[in-house]
Write a protein that binds this ligand. Structure first.
Ligand code: SAH
Length: 407
């Protein structure tokens, strides 16, 4: 009989009694998984671990505080013999066999009527792997499958509970590994992906071939015309019953016009959800080795869009106030206006020797950091031919990260 492989089956244990005999670490590992599928769990053991005792205290598990007796299995659908005593497990196993209850054994799988697979779940799919009684192998195979599902190399699309609508997904600063698991899941579920230039583009190559990909960089130019067209497209596709992912670099609400899209969806009655992303003003300096705060150096950091120069009639930034603070200033979209911004910060009281780092193409293959100071920023940007996208970090934290350069 031992030569036959197991017959896999998904037990639906919700509301059904399951008996776990033993209260040690094996039981402690199995019980939460049983509870998670809704089983009604009784633990039979003279002693239990503190974690199990906690579940008992919370009313999630019934504890029969003594050694195993055969009638303990009466009425159970499933049993786990998890004591550290071979004879006791043997008795549990025999009592289960007599009652035709499938029984897992912690000590000797060859004598058990059921085996516990390595289990994982992703987006409504349960993965259970039985690796011929080699737990490490099962776990490794399970992990590979889960990773494949998460990354989309194994495509299990179209969850049944999937809803039409728009999901704003923040793609992080650029490197595909720096995107959230939730974001990746949403991408793999999408019918339509509307992507920006700064979204991690490598991931777009992994999309299933029937996904409609709309590249915003190719829409008609002009900031407001483009945004109107995006709003129109996402709403229109969602109203056709599709799941639309609006995929941007960083976080959609950080200079990403994400909330305009939320409002457009609301107005049209389209459900919209948000999956935040790692935002570049924090993540790009971090990957380049520069902290935006440091004890005793900066007690605040200010993130500012530099796409309008100081003094521009439409600018909402009080540069004098920013200059008057002592903390870190992180500038985005600021390459073009950096000389004017440096001037404004110095006019407001920051010294010309204030350290500056310009991080270009953060987290991407061409990433580089140009170190400078407020006083020489204009010259250095020109000499180093700095181009967008770049994050400019101003303040003492830059010297913390590069003490030699600024000593
Ligand atoms: N929503 C995005 C920002 C969009 S504004 C976020 O949360 O990160 C675009 C600006 O972001 C660029 O001009 C640049 O200043 C910055 N940026 C985004 N990704 C970057 C990267 N990988 N490296 C350097 N700067 C980046």
């Amino acid at each position: 009989m031992d030569d036959f492989p197991p017959y896999p089956s998904g037990l639906r244990l919700a509301g059904r009694p399951v008996v776990v005999v033993g209260g040690g670490h094996v039981a402690q590992r199995r019980v939460p998984a049983l509870l998670a599928v809704g089983a009604v769990v009784t633990v039979v053991s003279p002693e239990v671990t503190p974690a199990l005792e906690g579940l008992v205290g919370a009313g999630e598990v019934t504890w029969v505080e003594r050694g195993f007796e055969e009638p303990d299995l009466d009425g159970a659908w499933y049993a786990i013999a998890a004591t550290d005593d071979h004879d006791a497990n043997e008795r549990v196993s025999a009592a289960a066999e007599e009652r035709r209850i499938f029984c897992v054994r912690a000590d000797d799988a060859t004598r058990a009527t059921a085996w516990t697979p390595a289990v994982g779940r992703h987006a409504g799919v349960t993965v259970a792997v039985l690796g011929n009684r080699e737990p490490r192998r099962s776990a490794a195979v399970r992990d590979e499958i889960l990773e494949g599902l998460r990354e989309g190399t194994i495509v299990a699309r179209h969850q049944r509970d999937r809803q039409a609508g728009v999901v704003l997904v923040g793609g992080g600063p650029g490197h595909p590994d720096l995107m959230s698991v939730a974001g990746r899941k949403a991408l793999m579920e999408a019918d339509v992906v509307v992507a920006d230039r700064l979204a991690p583009r490598e991931l777009l190559g992994e999309l299933p071939s029937d996904v409609e990909l709309i590249d915003v960089a190719k829409l008609p130019r002009g900031r407001s015309a483009q945004q109107e067209e995006i709003n129109r497209v996402i709403v229109e596709r969602a109203l056709e019953g599709k799941l639309v992912v609006r995929f941007k670099g960083g976080d959609n609400f950080v200079f990403g016009r994400g909330y305009e899209e939320v409002l457009a969806c609301r107005e049209a009655g389209v459900p919209v959800t948000v999956i935040p992303g790692l935002t570049s003003p924090v993540a790009v300096p971090a990957v380049a080795g520069i902290p935006v705060t440091h004890r005793g150096v900066a007690h605040e950091f200010t993130v500012i869009s530099g796409h309008l120069p100081p003094g521009h009639p439409e600018s909402l930034v009080n540069w004098a106030a920013v200059a008057g603070m002592s903390g870190t200033v992180v500038l985005m979209m600021a390459v073009h206006n950096a000389p004017a911004i440096a001037e404004a910060l110095m006019d407001g009281g920051r010294t010309g020797s204030t350290p500056v780092a310009v991080v270009c193409d953060g987290t991407m293959p061409g990433e580089r950091t140009v170190l400078s100071t407020l006083g020489s920023l204009a010259k250095d940007i020109e000499a180093e031919q700095v181009k967008a996208p770049a994050i400019i970090v101003v303040g003492g934290v830059v010297a913390v990260a590069h003490p030699q350069h600024f000593s």
